[in-house]
Design a protein around this ligand. Structure first.
Ligand SMILES: [Zn+2]
Ligand SMILES: [Zn+2]
Length: 136
């Protein structure tokens, strides 16, 4: 995404906005992402955390990734809508969930991660790289 983005939760109390372009955009099919989003995969937009303005109250749920990294699942404290994730070991990076964008069509994934746990009924079209786990 080149020119900034904004979005928020279902109830509208938690909002975010950035004027920066994204660092990376991807889909993740790992079991943690499937479970925490209640879906087949998660979408992630990596952004510079200190460039994102956030208003409203966020709930932070601590999880430990298979890699040993500490991550926080970020949801609206009122309606529970997931808006992203923070990984403690990735300084100044905030992952935004693309479904929370005001215009989700801005999301342009560059890779699929963890296709080793991709759901069998989901067919990918091969236009972007697929990784069995995570790329470097
Ligand atoms: Zn909300
Ligand atoms: Zn994942």
């Amino acid at each position: 995404m080149e020119s900034g983005f904004e979005g928020g939760c279902f109830c509208g109390l938690l909002r975010y906005k950035s004027h920066e372009s994204s660092l990376a955009e991807f889909c993740c099919h790992c079991r943690d992402c499937q479970r925490k989003h209640g879906s087949a995969f998660a979408t992630g937009i990596a952004t510079l955390k200190d460039k994102v303005e956030i208003t409203g109250e966020m709930h932070r749920y601590h999880m430990v990734a298979d890699s040993g990294n500490n991550k926080y699942h970020l949801t609206c404290a009122v309606c529970g809508c997931p808006i992203g994730e923070e990984i403690t070991e990735m300084d100044n990076v905030l992952m935004i969930s693309a479904g929370s964008l005001d215009n989700p069509a801005l999301f342009k994934p560059q890779a699929h991660f963890w296709v080793s746990s991709k759901q069998p009924w989901l067919a990918l079209d091969g236009r972007i790289p697929e990784y069995a786990q995570q790329s470097e």
